[in-house]
Design a binder for this molecule. Structure first.
Ligand code: IVH
Length: 667
């Protein structure tokens, strides 16, 4: 029972974590862990799911490829599922696969190009659609952007109807040149390539030095008589489609030797490669082996180890978030790694530091996945002492504590300067009160001057108008923007003010649920908290879990929170939800809408639901056969996949805005 329980928990945690990493990699182009770390998590999940299939989520990341969908493009249903590859990291593992697959077979050995995956749909030889891999089932149509790539034929001599798979990438030298022009703001060629094919403006995409290599084709009816991958590559070549260089068709015996020569050549390649792909040459044999819903059994990626660089931990500093969480970061001797200079690497928490045995003076290996966030992978020569996070907050000296079961340490002093500053920054953020002109820099300045230490003082900042104008780097115009931004924030209602004051467990979603259940003002929440059965009443609300109930009741009894809200109300900040009066326009009547992902014009996304309900629609929090529409944006995960399976009408932000326009709904 205990083993079952822990397997269930671990499967759930891994599923969530891998999905988050997929989002960071495919949608945001900002991965935070190395490919190897990712694959370890992935393999652990796959193994656990095999052992305990009853706990596997139907939307498990092991059953699908990560999604790159974004809300700006027309969607396209792929004709056949676009699969990914299973990774191997060493020759033993690869050889095990070869033995299973066929020691007498021929294999295609190809570079694994590190760019953005693309499918080219040619109909009677005409390039009709260029589509990203998307969820593997549905992709984004990016035809106009892709057509700007010089070497890509828009029509085929053969007049064939064929789907070609390829990778869009950039040469290192082109990337460097382009990046220099833009002040070095792009992290690496992969990110720039992936971002460029998703650019809103094809004219802008045309300026990017994009290239393409193709590596496979789905011939459909035209496959008759074709028995080998080698032949497919030859057809692609005849049609003048650009094939990647160096591809070899080798016997199993030659395979490992050839891998070694590819490995030697890897660092002198003009374009980024993150490994090799090994595929069975025989198409017939491929069919007998088949595929899982994630990847074919007839191919493997062989990843070269991540680039590791040696450096030294010179110091360890801390970030203290608004919740008080303390994150240690290693300051390292500046080291160039995969094109950028690394100056720090996160050390996460004490457990992580202990596992590594890290400390000041240690010689360490650092690596980056997608060259974004560096990680300390290994300690090469140990420090004199393994680092211990101080017992006291580095900023305010309050004793640090572990909250609940977390591995992280927290500063519990809410007047800790770092916490106060970060709370103010949070309140002003776009996703919260969206106060123009007030970012990290300005808040830091006002905080240091002692003018704004809390939200109440923020609303009194206008009394310092004269001094503000005289501050270096401010001036009348800027000050006007800031002060009117603060004043304007008073127009925002409870939907915004409650989540923005940063009470733990009380974000936008919880606020929306509370309002929906008639708890649409601070006064009503206070009234409820005084009732004997407050906890039961709150618990009975769908969408409010036990942790939220506890936290909410605690906040409603907390003297400082009560005083803060009281003062804010007396300063004119609105802690009552405005009526969402029903409109005469009711185009959504009879429809049930679910919303997932993030949106440019609806932040938080509940704003979109508000419009839908005001105009006759019903909102639902999960996708089921009763859901008629799913409004989705970047970051959409399992809901999108489920909706796709159930045939729910999918609507992206652009389409939704058009719909509102068509119906004459003001936005
Ligand atoms: S074969 C079903 N061959 O790697 C076959 N993929 O991790 C799947 N990639 O999304 C792909 N070079 O975009 C294949 N020579 C190559 C490749 C290659 C790069 C990318 C591809 C895919 C990803 C899989």
């Amino acid at each position: 029972m205990a083993a079952n329980d822990s397997a269930k928990k671990r499967i759930k945690a891994l599923t969530k974590e891998i999905k988050e990493h997929n989002d960071r990699y495919y949608k945001k182009n900002q991965p935070t862990i190395s490919d190897k770390e990712y694959d370890l998590l992935f393999k652990e999940l796959a193994q656990l799911e095999e052992e305990y299939p009853e706990f596997a989520s139907p939307n498990s990341p092991t059953k699908a490829v990560g999604s790159d969908l974004s809300n700006q493009f027309t969607k396209f249903k792929h004709q056949v599922p676009v699969l990914s590859l299973e990774n191997t990291y060493n020759t033993e593992e690869l050889w095990d696969w070869v033995v299973k697959t066929g020691e007498d077979e021929l294999y295609s050995l190809e570079w694994k190009i590190d760019g953005a995956s693309i499918l080219l749909y040619y109909v009677d030889g005409v390039l009709e659609n260029c589509v990203t891999r998307g969820t593997g089932g549905i992709g984004d149509v990016v035809t106009e952007n892709v057509k700007t790539i010089k070497d890509l034929p828009h029509s085929l001599k053969s007049k064939r109807t064929v789907t070609v798979r390829g990778e869009i990438f950039m040469n290192f030298s082109d990337f460097d040149e382009f990046n220099e022009e833009y002040g070095g703001k792009f992290a690496n060629p992969r990110n720039l390539s992936a971002g460029s094919i998703k650019h809103k403006d094809p004219a802008e995409a045309a300026k990017r030095p994009l290239r393409i290599f193709v590596y496979d084709a789905i011939l459909g009816k035209g496959r008759k008589g074709i028995k080998e991958h080698k032949e497919i590559l030859a057809l692609l070549k005849e049609d003048k489609l650009p094939l990647a260089p160096d591809t070899e068709i080798v016997s199993a015996k030659q395979l490992l030797k050839s891998i070694e020569s590819f490995r030697k050549k890897k660092d002198s390649m003009p374009f980024p490669v993150d490994g090799l792909v090994i595929k069975l040459n025989s198409l017939e044999k491929r069919e007998t082996l088949g595929e899982t819903s994630h990847s074919p059994r007839w191919a493997r990626a062989f990843k070269f180890d991540a680039v590791l660089k040696e450096t030294i931990i010179e110091d360890i500093s801390f970030a203290i978030g608004r919740t008080g969480k303390v994150t240690p970061r290693a300051q390292v001797t500046p080291t160039s790694l995969a094109g950028t200079t690394v100056t720090y690497a996160t050390l996460h928490n004490q457990d992580y530091i202990d596992q590594l045995g890290a400390g000041i003076g240690a010689k360490v290996l650092i690596s980056k996945r997608g060259e974004i966030i560096p990680a300390v992978e290994k300690v090469v020569s140990p420090p004199k002492q393994v680092f211990q996070i101080p017992k006291q907050c580095p900023s305010c000296k309050t004793k640090l504590e572990k909250v609940d079961d977390s591995v992280d340490l927290f500063c519990t002093n809410r007047h800790c300067p770092e916490r106060e500053k970060n709370s103010l920054i949070f309140y002003c953020e776009k996703k919260q009160m969206n106060i123009e002109g007030l970012g990290e820099k300005q808040i830091e300045t006002f905080y240091q001057l002692g003018w704004v230490k809390d939200l109440v003082q923020l609303y009194k900042l206008h009394t310092k108008k004269k001094e503000l104008i005289e501050l270096e780097g401010f001036g009348e115009k800027k000050v006007e923007i800031i002060l009117s931004g603060i004043e304007k924030s008073k127009e925002k209602d409870f939907r915004w003010t409650l989540p923005s004051i940063g009470l733990n467990e009380v974000g936008h979603k919880v606020t929306e649920v509370l309002i929906e259940h008639g708890l649409d003002s601070w006064a009503k929440l206070l009234e409820l908290s005084k009732k004997k059965d407050a906890a039961e009443e709150l618990s009975s609300i769908h969408g409010i879990g036990p942790r939220t109930v506890d936290a909410l009741l605690k906040h409603l009894k907390d003297k400082e929170t009560l005083a803060l809200v009281k003062n804010l109300i007396s300063l004119g900040v609105n802690f009552t939800a405005k009526e969402t009066e029903k409109s005469d326009l009711q185009p959504f009547i009879g429809q049930s809408w679910c919303v997932t992902g993030s949106f440019e014009n609806f932040q938080p996304r509940e704003k979109a639901l508000e419009i839908i309900t005001r105009h006759g629609g019903r909102k639902v929090s999960s996708v089921s056969s009763k859901t008629s529409h799913l409004l989705y944006g970047p970051g959409a995960g399992s809901k999108l996949e489920k909706a796709e399976e159930l045939g729910v009408t999918l609507v992206n932000e652009e389409e939704f805005l058009l719909l509102l326009k068509k119906e004459g709904i003001p936005f």
